[in-house]
Design a protein around this ligand. Structure first.
Ligand SMILES: Cc1cc2nc3c(=O)[nH]c(=O)nc-3n(C[C@H](O)[C@H](O)[C@H](O)COP(=O)(O)O)c2cc1C
Length: 321
């Protein structure tokens, strides 16, 4: 914005200067070289009109301003040509007359073009590079509805913790729907969405989970669980389905934290034994690979935010830098 203002000040300073030069070439031609005295006036006027357009209509592009300046200059020329208001002058004009006759019009047109060309050069070679505006983000068609403070975003992400103790309270279908919707909003390789989800709500099946997974003891108290699966029949990009599932899982965990639920990610893939056990527990077909088990429930424990940030793990451009 500041650069646009400075740019306009340059136009405002140049404009009277150029106009004065135009007047000077017309008033005192005897003191000037013949070429400048003959052609300079028109060129300076056209340049002045170009600067005026650029000053008054900053949103008009350089070429647009050039076209307007040239057009205006020609209209003024036509009005002078007929010694009448330009509208009268135009009335007497025919295309044939313009193209074939009025030799002087072409000379004037050349002068105007030179003046406007000077303006275009000034703008593109000097003003554009010097006063290049800071690119501003474009307004998007579907903007994020609410702007969230970046500190809040970071705090929110850090507040998601693995919860392993749950209250004896239900998790509704509606809440599960939110988690699944969030999971499926995740990025995936080529948008293949090679995921599928098995929701476990049955108490007996939940207890079985505790038996078949050595580190899923929290499912004893968790109200429900989701088995995130890779659907290899949907996978189009070799080996990427696990990354699709990871992204979906993290989305799911964050959404749960957002609605006050606790979760714990329990790894299944690639542990062959766990995979086989979950395949059997959920009756999965061959092309579906159990990827992770997510315990879901109303938290019975609170944990502070985790800040695992370690600058030693960040490398700039190359490893070690
Ligand atoms: C791939 C993966 C597998 C995990 N498996 C288990 C698991 O089997 N049991 C468990 O209690 N936690 C599991 N976790 C949770 C981690 O232990 C936990 O994320 C980590 O200790 C950091 O704690 P936080 O999530 O509270 O920040 C797993 C996490 C990931 C990403």
């Amino acid at each position: 914005m500041a650069s646009a203002r400075r740019r306009r000040s340059v136009y405002a300073c140049l404009l009277p200067l150029v106009a004065l030069m135009g007047i000077a070439t017309r008033r005192f031609p005897e003191h000037l070289p013949r070429v400048l005295a003959r052609y300079g006036g028109d060129a300076f006027w056209a340049l002045a009109v170009f600067l005026l357009v650029a000053l008054l209509a900053p949103r008009v592009s350089t070429l647009g301003a050039a076209a307007v300046a040239l057009g205006l200059s020609c209209l003024v020329e036509l009005s002078q040509l007929y010694h009448a208001p330009w509208i009268d002058g135009l009335r007497g004009t025919t295309l044939g007359g313009l193209v074939l006759g009025y030799e002087f019009l072409w000379t004037d047109l050349a002068c105007y073009t030179a003046g406007v060309g000077l303006g275009v050069l000034l703008e593109t070679l000097v003003l554009d590079p010097v006063f290049r505006p800071t690119p501003r983000p474009r307004a998007l068609k579907n903007p994020v509805p609410r702007r969230i403070d970046m500190d809040d975003v970071l705090k929110f992400i850090q507040q998601r913790r693995s919860i392993r103790q749950y209250q004896d309270a239900p998790v509704s279908d509606e809440q599960m729907g939110i988690l699944l919707r969030a999971a499926m909003a995740a990025p995936s390789a080529g948008n293949e969405q090679a995921w599928a989800f098995v929701v476990i709500s049955d108490r007996e099946r939940m207890d079985r989970v505790v038996e078949i997974h050595p580190y899923a003891g929290m499912c004893k108290t968790a109200a429900r669980a989701i088995v995130v699966c890779g659907d290899t029949s949907r996978a189009q990009h070799e080996g990427m389905w696990a990354q699709d599932c990871s992204a979906a899982t993290q989305n799911l965990l964050l959404a749960a934290a957002g609605i006050g639920l606790g979760t714990c990610w329990c790894g299944v893939h690639p542990a062959a034994e766990r995979e086989a056990a979950f395949r059997e527990l959920c009756g999965l077909p061959d092309h579906v690979v159990p990827f992770a088990l997510i315990a879901v429930g109303v938290p019975a424990e609170t944990k502070g935010p985790a800040d695992y940030y370690d600058p030693a793990k960040v490398h700039n451009e190359t490893w070690g830098a």
